[in-house]
Design a protein around this ligand. Structure first.
Ligand code: FBP
Length: 611
C-alpha cells in the first residue's frame, strides 16, 4: 500500500517530468496499478470498477485557500465591516420588505494581527463551541458543489471537532420535509474534488410560504441546527434572503448564508466575481466545440450549430467563443440591445454561410446561447404573455394537463393579434416547447426548446431564397448539437475545486461570526489563490423588483452580458475575422495535474474583466 501512496503522492512531479519529455497527457496514461490507497479515512479497496482512476487521484488534490484561511486561519481572523449597503434598485420597496436584513455592510475577513492574536488568543468572534449546520444544494448542478461541502465541513471541524454538518436531501424540499444525512469523515473524503451534486442531490422547490418556513424552523430546532447554507443561483439565494429575514423577524437565532452557484455565470456583481461551476462548464463546452471545429475543418462538409447552456444570460456562449473562435457567435443580450428580430439573426448567419461558400468553405461552426429565443423583442413579448396565460387560474387545468394540441388551441384563442402572428410563424414543435410547464420560479425551460434547429431551418430556407436570386452558390448541410448537461457535473477544474472549497470555508467563517442574509464572497480570482480575499456580501444588496408568475417580487438581479464589457469587446474586435477565416482555437480537455499556468487559469471572461 505504501508504494501506492508514494505513486499517488508523486503524481504531480511525475506528470510534469513526463509531459516535458513526450508532451502527452499523462492523466490518461499514468498507471495507478494498486488495489487500495487511503487518504485519511477514505479507502478504495479491492476491485473498484465504479471509481475511476482520475477520481482516485483527485481525492489527493489539496484545494488552495485564500491566505486568511490557511493553517488555523478559520480560528484566527478579524472581521472588517464596510459601509451600509443599498439594493441595486427599488431601494424603498426592498427595504420595506426586508426591514431586518436590509442595508447590512459588506464584510471582509482579514488575518488577525500578531499583536491582537497574542491578546485574544483565537478568533474574537467565537468561543469555538461546536456548531450544528445544515446545507442544501439548490437548482441546476454545477461542478464544485461537493467541495463547498468539504470546505464547510473541514472548517466546522477545525472550529470544534464536535461540530456537525447535516446535508438536506434533494434541495430545499429536504429542509422542509426533514430528509437528511449527517456527514462524517468517510463520506466527506469520498467526495473531495468530485463533480456532481449526488451526495445529497438538488432540487428546484421554491421556499416561499409561511408553512414551509415554519417546517424549516421546526426541523432546525429539532436538531439544534443554528445555521443553514444554501448553495444556489439567483433564485435560490433570493430564497436564502427571504428565509434569513423571516427567521430574524421571528427572533430566531438561526442564520442563513448563501454560496454563489450556477454554470450560467449570471450571479455576479462587483463583490461576487463569478459563480462557481462557470469555469469548469465553459471549459468542458469549449473542449467539445473545439473538437467539433477540428472535425468541421477536416471533413469540410457540415455547418455545426451548437447551442450551449445559459438560461437567460449568454456568458457561457461568450466565454466558449473566446476560447474557441467559432465562425458565428450569437448573443442574446446583443439581440435585445440592437432590437434584432429572429429574421435579422437568420440573415446575418446566412450571410456568413454565403461569404464562406464564396471561398469554397461549405462548413463552419456557430455557437448559440440557450436563452436566445426569449430575447427577440417579438418573442419576449409573446413569452411574457404565455407566462401570464400559464399562471391564469382559469386556464391552468388545460395548460398543465391538456394535450399539446389542446394547449396550442387554447393559447391561440387567448393571444392578441400581434402575438398570434408571431406564434403562428413558428414550427409546431417550437410552439409546443414554448407551452411546456414552467419551472417552479415561473421560467420557461429553455433547455427544452430546440432554438438551434429553428435557426438551422430558417437559415436553410433563407439560403434557398438566396440561391434562387443568384446570391449564393454553396452547399448547406447542417448538424445540430446541444451541450449543457455534459458540463454540469464534470470533475471541477482546479479553479473550481479551489474556489468552492474556499467558498465553503468562507461560509463557515460567516456562520461563526453570527452573520445572516449574506453570500460568501471570494475575490481577486484572476490571481493565484494566496492573493484571494474572502468575505460576505449582503444578499439584499443584489435585489431588484421583477415580475414573476404575474406578480412583482424582490429577486436577485441577473447579471447579463454588457455590451461595454471587456469580454464582449474582445469578441466584437475579432468577429469578422473569425467569421471568414478558420481561426479555430482548440483548447482540449481540462488539465488537472501539471504546470499552474495550464491547470489553474480561470476563464477568459474573468481575466479580461481584471485586465
Ligand atoms: P441554475 O440557474 O439553477 O444554476 O441552473 C442553470 C441551468 O443549468 C441552465 O443553464 C439550464 O437552462 C437549466 O439549468 C436546466 O435546468 P434543468 O436541470 O431543470 O433541466
Amino acid at each position: 500500500m505504501n508504494i501506492v501512496m508514494n505513486t499517488l503522492k508523486s503524481f504531480n512531479s511525475n506528470y510534469v517530468t513526463a509531459k516535458r519529455v513526450n508532451n502527452t497527457n499523462l492523466i490518461m496514461s499514468n498507471p495507478i496499478q494498486a488495489d487500495t490507497f487511503e487518504r485519511t479515512n477514505v479507502s478504495f479497496s479491492g476491485k473498484h470498477d465504479n471509481v475511476s482512476e482520475l477520481q482516485q487521484a483527485r481525492v489527493h488534490y489539496e484545494p488552495k485557500l485564500p491566505k486568511v484561511f490557511r493553517g488555523d486561519g478559520i480560528n484566527n481572523f478579524e472581521v472588517k465591516q464596510g459601509k451600509k449597503t443599498e439594493s441595486v434598485s427599488d431601494q424603498k420597496e426592498i427595504q420595506r420588505l426586508f426591514p431586518e436584513t436590509y442595508g447590512q455592510p459588506i464584510i471582509e475577513f482579514e488575518e488577525m494581527s500578531s499583536k491582537k492574536a497574542a491578546k485574544v488568543g483565537k478568533n474574537e468572534h467565537s468561543d469555538n463551541k461546536p456548531l450544528k449546520v445544515g446545507i442544501i444544494l439548490s437548482g441546476g448542478q454545477a461542478p464544485g458543489g461537493h467541495n463547498v461541502i468539504t470546505g464547510l465541513y473541514d472548517s466546522l471541524k477545525k472550529i470544534n471537532p464536535k461540530s456537525e454538518l447535516y446535508g438536506f436531501l434533494g434541495g430545499p424540499s429536504g429542509l422542509v420535509d426533514d430528509k437528511y444525512i449527517k456527514f462524517d469523515d468517510k463520506k466527506i473524503d469520498s467526495i473531495r474534488n468530485t463533480g456532481g451534486f449526488d451526495v445529497i442531490g438538488s432540487g428546484r422547490t421554491k421556499l416561499e410560504t409561511e408553512e414551509q418556513f415554519e417546517k424549516v424552523l421546526d426541523n432546525c430546532k429539532k436538531h439544534g441546527i443554528e445555521a443553514i447554507t444554501i448553495v444556489g443561483g439567483d433564485d435560490s439565494n433570493t430564497n436564502a434572503a427571504v428565509l434569513a429575514e423571516w427567521l430574524k423577524a421571528k427572533g430566531e437565532n438561526i442564520n442563513v448564508v448563501g454560496c454563489p452557484k450556477t454554470i450560467d455565470g449570471d450571479l455576479k456583481n462587483e463583490q461576487i466575481e463569478t459563480s462557481f461551476g462557470f469555469d469548469t462548464a465553459t471549459k468542458t463546452y469549449s473542449e467539445i466545440v473545439g473538437n467539433i471545429e477540428k472535425d468541421a475543418a477536416s471533413a469540410k462538409k457540415y455547418w455545426h450549430f451548437v447551442k450551449v447552456m445559459g438560461r437567460s444570460a449568454s456568458h457561457v456562449a461568450l466565454e466558449v467563443a473566446l476560447q474557441t473562435h467559432p465562425n458565428v457567435t450569437l448573443l442574446s443580450e446583443e439581440v435585445e440591445q440592437k432590437k434584432l428580430s429572429l429574421n435579422d439573426v437568420v440573415d446575418y448567419t446566412a450571410g456568413v454561410v454565403a461569404k464562406r461558400a464564396e471561398e469554397g468553405k461549405n462548413y463552419g461552426v456557430a455557437v448559440i446561447p440557450e436563452g436566445l429565443i426569449e430575447f427577440f423583442p417579438e418573442m419576449k413579448t409573446l413569452i411574457g404573455n404565455l407566462n401570464d396565460l400559464a399562471a391564469d387560474e382559469n386556464l391552468q387545468d388545460v395548460m398543465q394537463n391538456g394535450s399539446a394540441k389542446d394547449k396550442i388551441s387554447v393559447t391561440r384563442q387567448n393571444l392578441g393579434e400581434d402575438d398570434l402572428k408571431v406564434f403562428d410563424s413558428l414550427p409546431e414543435a417550437i410552439q409546443g416547447q414554448l407551452l411546456m410547464d414552467r419551472d417552479s420560479h415561473g421560467n420557461v425551460q429553455v433547455s427544452k426548446i430546440d432554438t438551434e434547429k429553428l435557426i438551422i431551418q430558417m437559415v436553410d430556407k433563407k439560403l434557398k431564397d438566396m440561391k434562387a436570386e443568384g446570391k449564393y452558390n454553396g452547399k448547406f448541410s447542417s448538424q445540430a448539437h446541444f451541450v449543457g448537461y455534459e458540463g454540469r457535473c464534470a470533475f471541477p477544474s482546479n479553479f473550481d475545486a479551489d474556489y468552492c472549497y474556499s467558498l465553503g470555508t468562507t461560509a463557515a467563517a460567516l456562520i461563526n461570526s453570527g452573520k445572516t442574509g449574506y453570500l460568501a464572497s471570494v475575490k481577486n480570482l484572476d490571481k493565484k489563490a494566496d492573493k484571494w480575499t474572502a468575505g460576505g456580501t449582503p444578499i439584499t444588496m443584489l435585489f431588484n423588483m421583477e415580475k414573476r408568475s404575474g406578480k412583482n417580487k424582490p429577486v436577485i438581479k441577473k447579471a447579463l452580458v454588457e455590451m461595454d464589457s471587456p469580454a464582449f469587446k474582445e469578441l466584437q474586435k475579432n468577429r469578422k475575422d473569425w467569421a471568414v477565416n478558420d481561426e479555430y482555437l482548440i483548447p482540449g480537455a481540462i488539465q488537472y495535474f501539471g504546470p499552474s499556468d495550464v491547470c489553474d487559469k480561470t476563464t477568459k471572461t474573468l481575466q479580461l474583466e481584471h485586465k
